[in-house]
Design a protein around this ligand. Structure first.
Ligand SMILES: NC(=O)c1ccc[n+]([C@@H]2O[C@H](COP(=O)([O-])OP(=O)(O)OC[C@H]3O[C@@H](n4cnc5c(N)ncnc54)[C@H](OP(=O)(O)O)[C@@H]3O)[C@@H](O)[C@H]2O)c1
Length: 245
């Protein structure tokens, strides 16, 4: 990954943070992104990444706002000179049964999780094509199996799978790969408030009997971002400890 420029959305914490540290350890130059309320986390992570001996900068932008994302991608280009790998990682959940879900709760989750992938990809694609780069999208096992109280999140994450396969067909002729990662339950802030009962159920349904770690997802991202994975495109790769079998 030496001298490759990687942009990771929603990377101040959780899986995105682990991806930043993993790719930095492989000497990629890292563009971090999150929303402004995460400044403190981004500042700390920037120092951690820098201490691994690579270049790093953070950029505030809301992935659901195309204007902000276009400006961010321009700034990344100004700072690093190019962009090789985009990791569409930013995501949120606002869980309710459909009967109780408001239009705003539906729209917000679609806007961040799915339209955010469109916005970041749209803004980055010219550079990714120029550099025969790679796009990695974070879906979820919920997008394949559905989940009680997550119609909005499941629809967005299923949408990412269709987006990934379609774009892979469009840009394969330029040598660009587009893949989706499908995590099961991973220990981050997103899952830390699950009740002990739900965590126990998840563990029982997972062949390996535990939740995953952000670093385990980061290892898969590092592989897909590397030259070793250059014949893999349009793939939907589960990393779920066997939850989906
Ligand atoms: N953890 C799991 O079990 C799991 C399983 C399957 C898939 N995933 C997916 O993996 C990705 C990372 O999840 P995670 O568990 O690491 O979650 P996380 O710890 O909550 O990290 C997600 C980051 O994205 C940021 N973000 C939210 N809205 C944003 C926006 N509009 N623009 C830019 N950044 C934004 C969040 O900021 P705020 O905190 O300020 O909102 C947060 O820092 C997500 O796409 C998630 O859906 C996670």
């Amino acid at each position: 990954m030496e001298n490759k420029i990687v942009l990771i959305t929603g990377s101040s914490q959780g899986i995105g943070r682990a991806i930043a540290l993993k790719l930095a350890s492989e000497k990629a130059k890292v563009a971090l992104n999150d929303i402004r309320s995460q400044e403190e986390n981004l500042r700390k992570l920037k120092e951690e990444v820098r201490s691994l001996g690579t270049e790093v900068e953070y950029f505030f932008a809301d992935v659901s706002n195309l204007d902000e994302i276009e400006k961010m991608v321009e700034k990344v280009k100004e700072k690093f000179g190019r962009l090789d790998v985009l990791v569409n990682n930013a995501g949120i959940a606002q869980d309710k049964t459909l009967a109780k879900m408001t239009k705003n709760e539906w729209q917000k989750v679609i806007d961040v999780n799915l339209t955010g992938v469109f916005n970041c990809t749209k803004a980055s694609l010219p550079q990714i094509i120029q550099n025969q780069g790679k796009i990695i999208n974070m879906s979820s096992v919920v997008g394949q199996k559905g989940n009680f109280g997550q119609t909005n999140y499941a629809a967005a994450k299923a949408g990412i799978i269709g987006f990934t396969k379609s774009l892979a067909k469009e840009v394969g002729r330029f040598g660009v790969t587009v893949n989706a990662i499908v995590p099961g339950f991973i220990e981050t802030r997103l899952t830390k408030d699950l009740s002990p009962e739900i965590k126990l159920t998840v563990k029982k349904l997972t062949a390996l009997g535990r939740l995953g770690q952000p670093e385990e997802v980061a290892n898969l991202v590092a592989f897909l971002a590397s030259e070793q994975a250059k014949f893999i495109t349009g793939a939907v790769i589960n990393i779920d400890g066997g939850l989906s079998i």
